[in-house]
Design a protein around this ligand. Structure first.
Ligand code: CP3
Length: 344
């Protein structure tokens, strides 16, 4: 029965007449029902760690739109927190963490198998979702890629150019590698538990891959994702992996093979026509509509959506945005995108 799920069919390499669709950050602040549940939870992290409410916000966009996949509601920064970093969110600004730049601070982190003490509510959320989703809806679990998570752990916040992580990498590569290693091991355990709890697909978000230059891109983006993918597949051979080296540009070419991923998610920095020729030849592609169309809507949204569907119609494709939907988006534009993709 699971084999009939359109997302799983696309991930297995099938070219479908209509691409299945879901949307990054589909549970989020553009939805009034999300804001209501978040207010009920108190704050964002309390929402992440409350299985009933985290499942509720995951269900909301499925109920409203009937997306083909649901993505677990959580955050990539729960791993640093589970490893012992302090984590909090400043309203209107984003995440803040205690920084990590010395060997003593690496040594003070918790051992990787201690992460489950913090993350067990997330596995509960996955179980509720696995039992409660419509049978045609695929459940996606996720984690951040080591480089992206490291950029936040090192800087203690989001940064425009990931400067502090680049600085540590060039000034004290031993400490940098130790941070990367700890995150990589924790991520393998975390994703594996999500799969045991019922996640059918996992996605690895390397949101800041684009700032890695030259050999660093392979060493710190592709390689760690490859290692996570191969270890996950050794433990769970039938679970497809989606990798998202955001900002990779021409380096998206060959990414399926380099990572061993079933699907590469592409942002809006490359055209769909280029991706069809250079990326989709390696397997399923997901993306790449500009998320600003969810704010502006209209004819441009319809024509751009059709252009992406057409360009990628010759191979396996999952329709998605190039990056997460923003809080100022209009929920009606999301419906228009879905209707356009499904031709209704
Ligand atoms: O896609 C989904 O709906 C699943 C849930 C999800 C969230 N974050 C929920 C969230 C996923 C997959 C993420 C991934 C994530 N988190 C990434 C990688 C993808 C990307 O967007 O680049 C990153 C870098 C983070 C770290 C993070 N979390 C930041 C920088 C922020 C603040 C920015 C913002 O949008 O406010 C968050 C908070 C966050 N994570 C929100 C949501 C719905 C908003 C929190 C709120 O409700 O106030």
């Amino acid at each position: 029965m699971t084999k009939d799920k359109t997302i799983l069919r696309a991930l297995a390499g099938e070219t479908l007449p209509t691409p299945p669709i879901w949307m990054m950050r589909q549970a989020g602040r553009y939805l009034p029902e999300y804001k209501a549940t978040r207010a009920q939870a108190g704050d964002f992290l309390s929402l992440c760690y409350n299985p009933e409410l985290a499942a509720e916000v995951t269900f909301q966009p499925i109920r409203r739109y009937g997306f083909d996949a649901a993505i677990l509601f959580a955050d990539i920064l729960l791993i640093p927190q589970a490893l012992g970093a302090d984590l909090w969110f400043v309203t209107g600004e984003g995440p803040r963490l205690s920084t990590i730049t010395t060997q003593a601070e690496v040594d003070a982190l918790k051992p990787v198998d201690a992460i489950h003490d913090t993350l067990s509510p997330i596995y509960e959320t996955v179980k509720i979702l696995a039992n409660g989703l419509p049978e045609e809806t695929t459940l996606i679990g996720f984690a951040g890629a080591p480089w992206t998570v490291a950029t936040y752990m090192i800087a203690g916040q989001g940064t425009p150019d990931q400067g502090p992580a680049h600085a540590l990498k060039s000034e004290n590569v031993g400490v940098f590698d130790a941070v990367m290693e700890r995150i990589t091991e924790a991520t393998i355990l975390y994703l594996s538990e999500q799969i045991k709890a019922g996640a059918e697909v996992v996605k690895i978000f390397d949101s800041w891959a684009g700032s890695l230059q030259g050999a660093d891109f392979e060493k710190y983006s592709l390689k760690p994702m490859q290692r996570i993918t191969s270890e996950i597949k050794a433990l769970h051979p039938h679970v497809p992996v989606i990798a998202f080296p955001r900002g990779a540009g021409e380096r998206y070419k060959g990414a399926h093979q380099a990572i061993g991923a079933d699907c590469i998610a592409i942002d809006d920095g490359v055209t769909a026509a280029w991706a069809a020729e250079n990326v989709q030849t390696g397997g399923c592609v997901q993306g790449n509509l500009k998320s600003s169309h969810m704010v502006t809507g209209g004819d441009a949204l319809v024509s751009e959506t059709r252009a992406i569907v057409d360009a990628l119609s010759g191979g396996p494709h999952i329709f998605n945005l190039g990056h997460g939907i923003t809080p100022d988006a209009d929920p009606e534009n999301v419906q228009l995108m879905i209707d356009t993709v499904r031709g209704s």
